[in-house]
Write a protein that binds this ligand. Structure first.
Ligand code: PRP
Ligand code: URA
Length: 287
C-alpha cells in the first residue's frame, strides 16, 4: 500500500502515476513564483507537455498560470497553448460525433452534452456572490453564481448547438448571437447578423463554436465582441485545427481558448482532418 496526498493506492502502476502527478504539482506549487515570469512560462509549458492538467488540481493551476501569462504580455506569450479539456467522457463523445453514421438527432445531443462537460471545466473560475440562506438548522451565508454576469455567444449556425449545454449549467446567463458564414471558395468569414447583450464590458463572455478551422470566423467574432466593449473572453470549440489555434492566439492572445480535441490539419478545402465534416449541416440536417 502506498499513500500519496492522503490517498491509498494498492495498485503499483496507479501509485507510480499518482506519484508522478503529485511530484509535478508539488514542483509547480513550489516554484511558481509570480515574481519570476520566466519560471511561470517554464512551468506552464511543463504542465502542458506532461498533461498534468488532467487532474483537477493541475487543471485549475494551469488556468491560473495561463491567466497570469495573458495578463502579462511582456512575457513571450506567443507560446500560450489552448487548454485541452481531455476528460475521457469528452473524448468518448467526440469520437461518436465524428462517425459519419451518427444521426442528426444523436449529433445534436452529443454537441450539447460536450458543451456542458467542457463548460463545467471552463467555468470553474466563475464569479460567485454571497447570499444568506436559512437551512432547517440555522441562517448561513453561502456562495451562489452571479449568473447575470455571464454571456454565451454562439457563432451561427453551428455554435447554437452548444448554447443549451452552457445554459444547463448557468440558466440565467444572457445569450448573444454572431452570424457568420464562410465563403466556400475563399474561406473568408462573412457577417450577416450580430446582437450582443448590452452592456457587455463587465460580463464574462463565452464564445461557442464546435469548429475552429482556419480561425477566420473565431477572429472575426472576437473582433466584433471587443469592438462592442467585451473584455473577458473565453472561446470554446469542440474540435480545432492547429492552423486555427495559431491564428486565433496570434490575433487575440488575451483570450482563453478551450478545445475538446486538437486535430491534425486542414485539407485543401479548409476542412479539419480527421474532423467531423460540416458541423452546421450535421446539427441541422442540411446539406
Ligand atoms: C463553420 C463552423 C465555424 C467555421 C469555422 O461554420 O461552425 O463557424 O465554419 O471555420 P473557420 O475557422 O475556417 O472560419 P460555417 O461557416 O460552415 O457556417 P454554418 O455554421 O452556418 O454551417
Ligand atoms: N467548418 C466545419 O463545419 N467543419 C470543418 O471541418 C471546417 C469548418
Amino acid at each position: 500500500k502506498v499513500k500519496i496526498n492522503g490517498f491509498v493506492f494498492t495498485d503499483e502502476a496507479e501509485a507510480e502515476q499518482a506519484k508522478k502527478e503529485a511530484h509535478g504539482i508539488h514542483y509547480v506549487e513550489e516554484r511558481a513564483d509570480m515574481h519570476h515570469p520566466e519560471t511561470v512560462l517554464e512551468i506552464y509549458n511543463k504542465m502542458v507537455k506532461q498533461e498534468l492538467f488532467e487532474t483537477a488540481v493541475g487543471f485549475t493551476y494551469l488556468k491560473e498560470l495561463q491567466e497570469y501569462l495573458i495578463q502579462n504580455p511582456s512575457i513571450n506569450n506567443s507560446d500560450i497553448l489552448p487548454i485541452s479539456v481531455t476528460h475521457p467522457l469528452i473524448r468518448h463523445k467526440i469520437t461518436l460525433l465524428r462517425k459519419e453514421d451518427t444521426s442528426t438527432n444523436e449529433f445534436r445531443k452529443l454537441v450539447e452534452e460536450i458543451a456542458m462537460l467542457m463548460g463545467y471545466e471552463a467555468l470553474s473560475d466563475l464569479e460567485t456572490q454571497d447570499i444568506t440562506v436559512k437551512t432547517p438548522i440555522e441562517e448561513s451565508v453561502q456562495p451562489v453564481i452571479s449568473g447575470k454576469k455571464l454571456a454565451v455567444v454562439p457563432i451561427l449556425r453551428a455554435g447554437l448547438g452548444m448554447v443549451n449545454g452552457i445554459l444547463a449549467l448557468v440558466p440565467s446567463a444572457r445569450v448573444g448571437h454572431i452570424g457568420l458564414y464562410r465563403d466556400p471558395k475563399t474561406h473568408e468569414p462573412h457577417e450577416y447578423y450580430c446582437k450582443l447583450p448590452d452592456p457587455i464590458d463587465q460580463r464574462q463572455i463565452v464564445v461557442v463554436d464546435p469548429m475552429l478551422a482556419t480561425g477566420g470566423s473565431a477572429i472575426a467574432a472576437v473582433d466584433f465582441i471587443k469592438k462592442h466593449g467585451g473584455q473577458k473572453i473565453k472561446f470554446m470549440s469542440i474540435i480545432a485545427a492547429p492552423e486555427g489555434v495559431d491564428a486565433l492566439m496570434k490575433a487575440h492572445p488575451d483570450i482563453q481558448l478551450y478545445v475538446g480535441c486538437l486535430d491534425r490539419e486542414l485539407n485543401e478545402n479548409a476542412y479539419i482532418c480527421p474532423g467531423l465534416g460540416d458541423a452546421g449541416d450535421r446539427i441541422f440536417g442540411t446539406k
